[in-house]
Design a protein around this ligand. Structure first.
Ligand code: PLP
Length: 421
């Protein structure tokens, strides 16, 4: 099936007489006809549901849909993008381990890697997105467990050379994790370029209507966890009756993550939130097309405006990442544009405050046009050095182009820019 069809048809498949739409299984628990069957489920938890802290049928159908759309073998929903990244990392990292990540990523993820995980004894080395393979290799240590990056970095709008980072990871027998939030599987499917685990904040385009906060971890199913570097997959887990996770085959990563970490941390979304996410997914391909076409026009408008200092949007022919965009995101580069208004920081603030249609919000990647000043909001916890590494200029505005009519979006920008002296 094509992605447009999977977005609508994958996941829930009603049988004879069942509800046409995805049912909301609003239940904490599940009933069995015998205690023997329940005991069996505890031994073989992939065969059914035990408790909605660990899995739920509504969530399960949405997980199947997202896995299909990404071209993976299994997925697990979480209550946020942050918890998706956290659980994916903790699934193979413990105190004393090390991560290599590009420095050009979402500020919250930098914080997770550089501060919170460091407190837990997991170190991270941030590398340059544009470094060559030889330079990148120098960051790898014997205890490095994974390589991390974002397909399209938030908010720098830099495109990751996924194949280069996959080569780095695989040359060292470790997996590549890719946060594919901004691209969505509609614009890029990182497994096709060598990624092993794909992560999303489903809060963004996947939902698209700002009605649920969520995340998802998708298992590509190809990484060899038996390669000698990951004993946690090949030795019995005493916390789960001696289960050997590699025995589960292709979906071992997600199964281990659910059985150990979802069980212990309990960050599964509610069935209601999974239902809302599914509604968003059904129109994701339609919306992404509109977001991209609108953003291309907005980026061009900004690029030709005398009050604009710089525009970063990889679909613009002159953009630094245009070649990578053409390779990895040929159908478009999402609705998000980074724009720097000329003059002092006050000019950027004036522009933001003068917009009438676009909403000032923390959020991004929504059906409505949104704006944000990252240096004073999402990225305010970062040092100046980290800001530069993340590609965030203090005067930069993140412009998240919505699906409104392009004429209305451009008229709003035009009148707001006219307010600046
Ligand atoms: N990854 C990326 C690329 C993001 O943009 C965000 C949030 O903006 C996150 C992860 C964290 O997701 P959430 O806000 O759903 O926790």
């Amino acid at each position: 099936m094509k992605i447009e069809t999977m977005a609508i048809r994958a996941g829930y498949q009603p049988k004879n007489g069942e509800t046409h739409t995805l049912p909301i299984y609003q239940s904490t628990t599940y009933e069995y006809t015998s205690s023997e069957y329940m005991a069996h489920l505890f031994d073989c938890p992939t065969e059914g549901h035990i408790y909605s802290r660990i899995s739920n049928p509504t969530c399960g159908f949405v997980e199947d849909k997202i896995a299909a759309m990404e071209g993976g073998v299994a997925a697990m929903l979480t209550t946020s993008g942050q918890s998706a990244n956290l659980l994916a990392i903790l699934n193979i990292c413990k105190a004393g381990d090390h991560i290599v990540s590009t420095g050009t990523i979402y500020g919250g993820t930098i914080n997770l890697l550089a501060v919170t995980l460091k407190r837990l004894g997991i170190e991270c080395t941030f590398v340059g997105l544009d470094d060559d393979l030889e330079t990148l290799q120098k960051a790898i240590q014997p205890n490095t467990r994974l390589v991390f990056g974002e397909t399209i970095a938030n908010p720098a709008m830099a495109v990751m050379d996924i194949e280069k980072f996959a080569a780095l990871a695989h040359n060292n027998n470790i997996p590549l994790f890719v946060d594919n939030t901004f691209a969505t599987p509609v614009l890029c499917r990182p497994f096709e370029f060598g990624a092993d685990i794909v992560i999303h904040s489903t809060t963004k385009y996947m939902d698209g209507h700002a009605v649920q906060v969520g995340g998802v971890i998708v298992d590509g199913g190809k990484f060899d966890w038996r390669n000698g570097k990951f004993p946690e997959f090949t030795t019995p887990d005493p916390s789960y009756h001696g289960t050997v996770y590699a025995d589960y085959g292709a979906a071992a990563f997600v199964i281990k993550c659910r059985m150990q970490l979802m069980r212990d941390f309990g960050v599964l979304p509610s069935a209601q939130d999974a239902f809302l996410l599914d509604l968003g997914l059904q129109t994701l391909p339609l919306r992404m097309e509109r977001h991209c076409r609108n953003a291309e026009k907005v980026a061009e408008y900004f690029a030709n405006h005398p009050k604009v200092e710089a525009v970063t949007y990889p679909a613009l022919p002159g953009d630094k990442y245009h070649a990578l965009q053409q390779k990895y995101l040929p159908d478009g580069c999402s609705g998000v544009i980074s724009v720097t208004i000329k003059g002092p920081r006050a000019n950027a603030e004036k522009f933001l405050n003068s917009l009438k249609l676009a909403s000032i919000v923390t959020h991004v990647a929504d059906i409505r046009t949104l704006v944000l000043h990252p240096a004073s909001a999402t990225h305010r916890q970062l040092t100046d050095e980290q800001l530069v590494a993340a590609g965030v200029n203090p005067g930069l505005i993140r412009f998240s182009t919505g699906c409104e009519h392009i004429d209305d979006i451009l008229a709003d920008i035009e009148q707001a820019l006219a307010q600046i002296d």
